[in-house]
Write a protein that binds this ligand. Structure first.
Ligand code: CTP
Length: 419
């Protein structure tokens, strides 16, 4: 027993014509090959939530590669098989991509003809997935176009804003789902339900996150950071004690949480003011600086390797720690002194230092960053060369001039008196 809804009208209202036409076409190709054809997953979820999402995942009850090849021939588009997973991708000329998979099941027989209600295969495929809200399928074959199959009361979970796994071992089977649950919860303002929360907590306590490879976890964290409100998700990770299972030497205390809050606050401030091109800021590095700032030195190597961080990652963190300590120790710091401390820093180091300087220094620090962005020397390396400066001398002279300018000891026109 399961719910079926005809949503073809809703699709017509909400989807762009191009997408509608594509779905109809892909369904028709499925019918020609006598395969039940569905669009599934995130696309369906977001369609019902009335959110834009045109990542089309097609599932066929049949051979996905046979289907993919056929569609590619008919439309003269590019077909890329991923044989290992029995899936393929189809690329349109403009780069638009559609993924195709075979409905996965233990034993499978291709139906000779399209039976009227043969749904067990797609049902098994959907049952293996992460959360109920991601397990709806829309049939797109001509005869049944727009038939929403809801096997697991997904539609009602969407309406009640619930994140729910379908079976008890879901998180154990794939612990990255722990982070996905939190991501979806924050993205949609949903809530992980009690039962699912119990499973989640037990999986965390059972040290299953430790079994996942670093790159897979890192990828999930990156995805969280790309969401509009990552702070809430990270707090939730703290609440579920996930952080300690990702970084064994990190205790997610209220003090640490304050730093995480400051990260996002300061990031917003600095985005508009500082000499920072925020699109070049690796948010993941920044978050890791915060979360790993108290990790003892002898464990850093292991963490650096696990998450594939650059070799000099912790050296850079260390430099930034020293920088904010120096800044906080001193009463007043001239712009030229700031320059000496910060001139070799990358964006993440600059932001991290800004988070960690004491409150009474924050304004001074931001002012410096603005100032250094504004100042353009009148003198160029070429000018100095003409005057007989060589190699290092040039660099040193330019720095000297910059410091004089930063402290407003000279005007642009006075630069020439110093060379
Ligand atoms: N999936 C899963 N377990 C995972 C990852 C994915 O079961 N660890 C399933 C989900 O049902 C999901 C589908 O695979 O709907 C596709 O995954 P993905 O593209 O990562 O997710 P979307 O739901 O499309 O989410 P997003 O909007 O973030 O792209």
């Amino acid at each position: 027993k399961f719910n079926v809804f005809n949503i073809s009208q809703l699709m017509k209202e909400r989807l762009p014509k191009r997408i509608m036409n594509l779905l109809r076409l892909f369904g028709a190709f499925g019918s020609e090959l006598k395969m039940h054809t569905y669009v599934v997953g995130g696309f369906v979820r977001d369609l019902l939530l009335n959110l834009e999402n045109y990542d089309i995942d097609i599932v066929v009850e049949g051979d996905a590669n046979k289907y993919g090849k056929y569609v590619a021939e008919q439309l003269m588009i590019k077909y890329i098989p991923h044989k290992k997973f029995n899936t393929c991708s189809l690329y349109f000329k403009d780069g638009f991509r559609i993924d195709v998979a075979t409905a996965r099941t233990e034993y499978y027989e291709a139906p000779a003809e399209l039976p009227k209600v043969e749904v067990s295969t797609i049902k098994k495929d959907l049952y293996r997935r992460d959360f109920s809200i991601n397990t709806m399928a829309i049939r797109i074959n001509q005869e049944t176009f727009g038939m929403l199959l809801d096997f697991f009361t997904s539609k009602s979970d969407l309406e009640n804003k619930i994140i729910r796994t379908l079976y008890p071992l879901s998180f154990v089977e794939d612990p990255t789902r722990i982070l996905r649950a939190i991501r979806f919860e924050q993205r949609y303002g949903f809530k992980i339900n009690k039962q699912t929360e119990d499973y989640l907590r037990r999986t965390v306590e059972g040290n299953y996150l430790e079994k996942v490879t670093g790159p897979r976890l890192r990828e999930e964290i990156e995805k969280i950071l790309k969401e509009p409100n990552p702070l809430k998700a990270i707090k939730r990770m703290g609440e579920f004690k996930i952080i300690t299972h990702l970084f064994p030497y990190t205790y997610y205390t209220p003090t640490l949480e304050k730093d995480v809050e400051k990260l996002f606050e300061y990031y917003e401030i600095i985005k508009h003011k500082a000499p920072i091109y925020t699109y070049k800021v690796r948010k993941l590095h920044l978050l890791f600086y915060i979360l790993l700032q108290y990790t003892p030195n002898n464990s850093l190597k292991e963490i650096q390797q696990r998450y594939g961080l650059p070799g000099e990652f912790f050296e850079k963190l260390d430099q930034a720690k020293k920088a904010y300590q120096t800044i906080n120790e001193q009463k007043e710091i001239s712009n030229s002194k700031y320059y000496e401390i910060l001139c070799t820093f990358n964006n993440e180091q600059i932001i991290y230092t800004g988070i960690k300087v004491s409150d009474n220094k924050k304004q001074e620090y931001t002012d410096y960053l603005n100032k250094v962005k504004e100042i353009k020397l009148k003198t160029t390396g070429k000018d100095l060369k003409e005057k007989g400066y060589k190699g290092r001398q040039i660099k040193e002279k330019l720095e000297e001039l910059k410091k004089l300018r930063l402290d407003e000891k000279i005007t642009p026109d006075q630069e020439k008196n110093y060379i």
